[in-house]
Design a protein around this ligand. Structure first.
Ligand SMILES: *Cc1c(COP(=O)(O)O)cnc(C)c1O
Length: 289
């Protein structure tokens, strides 16, 4: 069902980058979470009528699951631990888009347990928070193969850079592609990312290289520096990046430029539908106009 996502060139601060536009993978089902959920799209067992998951009220995975359920004609049940009243009465971002796709939302402080309670026999599939489960490797492998094919056709040997949350995407890309993968920790310290790598791959030699941000950024927290860079990227390259991971990704990439053999391919992992809610937080902090 997926077409190959395009590869473009972009220039920033006098350096050329290849940009893998995974944000353009599909109109409704794109980016990192679509890759992680590709196994559901292409290999879901027959007879499935419902998917159940849990996580935060603005998660990219929540939105992607809602889009997938809609494409497949499945029921989608999702549990989060709270929905603030401003969001409930003025739905925006991934939350609004997911409800629009027919998501049935439940609020419970025991999110995972409550979600499990909706599982009925073989007709229900239970999806871990963020789509983080073994099957996610399937879609990341397809991404790695697309990059390999593109590189072969264009006679380029790129270094790959992408920002990490759990690090699963970076780790699987390193595993399934022949190119070196570089990443940065957007959640917690580099040691957190290493722990996540270790859960998936005990052999450290098979891990991506971590290039940590030059300063500590708290996950998802608005920062003037990050907003300024995000806007400059938009103005100078005409590409809208995600506001949660990409600014930290670019700060780290620019800081460690000389450690990454050129040319560099940056993976645009989508997440754009969440920008409206992030921009609202930036406005609330007085950073965005
Ligand atoms: C989930 C996500 C990531 C992080 O992916 P991991 O595999 O958890 O490292 C990065 N960017 C976007 C836009 C995402 O939705």
């Amino acid at each position: 069902m997926f077409q190959r996502s395009p590869v473009e060139t972009m220039y920033f601060e006098n350096t050329m980058y290849y940009l893998k536009r995974d944000d353009l993978l599909h109109a409704d089902f794109s980016g990192n979470k679509a890759r992680k959920l590709a196994w559901l799209l292409e290999k879901a067992p027959l007879g499935v009528t419902r998917i159940v998951s849990y996580g935060s009220n603005q998660s990219n995975a929540m939105y992607s699951l809602s889009a997938l359920a809609r494409i497949k004609g499945w029921e989608f049940i999702y549990v989060c631990d709270h929905v603030p009243s401003y969001l409930k009465y003025n739905p925006i971002g991934n939350y609004a888009y997911a409800l629009n796709n027919g998501m049935q939302l439940f609020v419970d402080s025991n999110r995972r347990e409550r979600a499990m309670s909706f599982v009925q026999e073989a007709t229900t599939l239970f999806i871990e928070e963020g789509g983080a489960q073994e099957e996610a490797a399937y879609g990341i492998k397809l991404l790695a193969k697309e990059i390999e094919l593109w590189a072969y056709e264009n006679k380029v040997e790129p270094s790959i850079f992408l920002p990490s949350g759990t690090g699963a995407t970076a780790l699987y890309l390193e595993r399934y592609s022949s190119f070196d993968v570089f990443t940065c920790n957007c959640v917690g310290k580099p040691s957190y990312l290493e722990e996540q790598f270790r859960l998936l791959e005990p052999d450290e030699r098979l891990w991506p290289t971590i290039l940590p941000p030059p300063r500590t950024f708290h996950y998802g927290k608005p920062k003037q520096e990050l907003y300024t860079l995000w806007k400059r990227l938009k103005q100078e390259s005409d590409v809208e990046f995600d506001l949660v991971y990409d600014p930290v990704g670019w700060v780290s990439l620019l800081h460690h430029q000389e450690r990454i053999p050129k040319p560099i391919m940056y993976i645009h992992q989508g997440g754009i539908k969440g920008n409206v809610s992030m921009l609202e937080r930036y406005r609330y902090k007085g950073i965005a106009p």
